[in-house]
Design a protein around this ligand. Structure first.
Ligand code: GDP
Length: 360
């Protein structure tokens, strides 16, 4: 008898056989984590639309480890034939403009039409903060729990060019996984719009009324890129201000030369929070896509974007290779100091560094 309490002396008392104390850490965790799929397994999982495979593949893509990079590149090659069939939409606006609220509402509208949506982000601040403020799931409550949605925050490592390239490659994987609508979100404060513009079909600018921004503050370059301007928070006692802003944007757009696409950018008012005017935004995007597909601009723009990314990738790779070169690294700091102290001109220093790089 294992337990004395089970003897007849202790009537009514019964002690079961115990079990061995399980380890605190799940012993399978290690093997699960270590599991590295082959390129074929990843590709097969992605083409099946499996979100776990897709997430892991994007992680691979974002990794700085050379063997992950190699695997990711092979995977992209495999996915490219299945990509390209989505509508890619860039969304920008200053912090607080209502990007996440609007993406949530507009995204749900699109989902209800039967689409599959991927929300990606390019966040230039994430390089410094090591965390991303965009694309965070908690900012999009409805989308975050929807099975037809894939949300991914901005890659955080590397230069803006590198981050943008990873996002562009993520677009390819998402398309292969069956996402037919892709949002690429960015903060409307700097260079990142150009990067987003170079990978989307339609560029949507979210603006606010009554911020004094309407005429002077509008960054001309960003407005010129926009295919649609939408004035958010047109609700409550803000409606008149929003309408006024709309008119000011329409007037401002007249000052720009006609877009090459032949499309005249539209200006709408809406409320992301109260879900007013959302179908009209989607309708505008659809009409733009139909219009540019009809006149051939859609394909032309995509071809041009591929051309851009070819050269962008070459420059990025060359730059990385140069700065990682051991001989360059040995003398770089000293050359920088000499330039700062005006001991040599930047051109001479650059030539010496490049000679060091090329002469090995
Ligand atoms: P983001 O920084 O551009 O992503 O902006 P958020 O979506 O986080 O929105 C910033 C703030 O504006 C939040 O407090 C929202 O609740 C609010 N907001 C967003 N959309 C609307 C809207 O349509 N109407 C009103 N009144 N408030 C909104």
């Amino acid at each position: 008898m294992e337990h004395i309490e089970d003897s007849n002396e202790y009537k009514g008392l019964n002690v079961n056989k115990g079990i061995e104390q399980p380890p605190i850490v799940n012993p399978y965790l290690k093997t699960v984590r270590k599991k590295q799929y082959t390129v074929e397994e990843y590709a097969e999982g992605i083409l099946r639309g499996n979100i776990t495979f897709l997430s892991q593949a994007v992680t691979l893509l974002e990794s700085t480890q050379p063997h992950h990079q190699q695997l990711a590149q092979e995977l992209i090659e495999k996915c490219i034939p299945y990509s390209g069939k989505s509508v890619r939409i860039g969304i920008t606006g200053v912090p607080g403009a209502g990007k996440s609220t609007s993406i949530d509402t507009l995204g749900m509208h699109i989902i209800r039409e039967g689409h599959k949506l991927a929300v990606l982000a390019i966040d230039p601040s994430s390089e410094r903060s090591k965390g991303s403020i965009l694309g965070d799931k908690t900012r999009m409550e409805a989308l975050a729990v929807h099975p037809d949605v894939f949300i991914r925050p901005s890659p955080s490592a590397g230069s803006l060019g590198g981050v943008a390239r990873k996002t562009r490659e993520t677009v390819i994987l998402c398309e292969a996984a069956g996402y037919d609508t892709i949002f690429v979100e960015t903060v409307g404060v700097g260079q990142s719009e150009t990067a987003v513009h170079s990978m989307v079909d339609f560029f949507l600018l979210i603006q606010l009324a009554g911020t004094g921004d309407e005429l002077q503050g509008i960054k001309r370059g960003i407005m010129e890129m926009a295919d649609g301007i939408v004035v958010n928070k047109a609700d409550g006692n803000n409606i008149d201000k929003a309408k006024l802003a709309q008119q000011q944007y329409i007037n401002a757009l007249h000052l720009f030369p006609p877009a090459e696409s032949g499309w005249k950018p539209e200006v709408l008012t809406y409320s992301g929070y109260y879900n007013i005017g959302i179908p009209e935004i989607w309708d505008m995007i659809r009409r733009y896509i139909d219009f540019t597909k009809e006149n051939g601009y859609f394909e032309k723009k995509r071809a041009r974007q591929s051309f851009y990314w070819l050269h962008e990738t070459i420059l990025e790779e060359l730059k990385n290779h140069f700065y990682q070169d051991p001989d360059v690294r040995t003398i770089l700091k000293e050359k920088e100091r000499q330039v700062i102290d005006s001991e040599v001109t930047p051109f001479i220093a650059a030539k010496e560094l490049l000679d060091t790089y090329f002469n090995q």
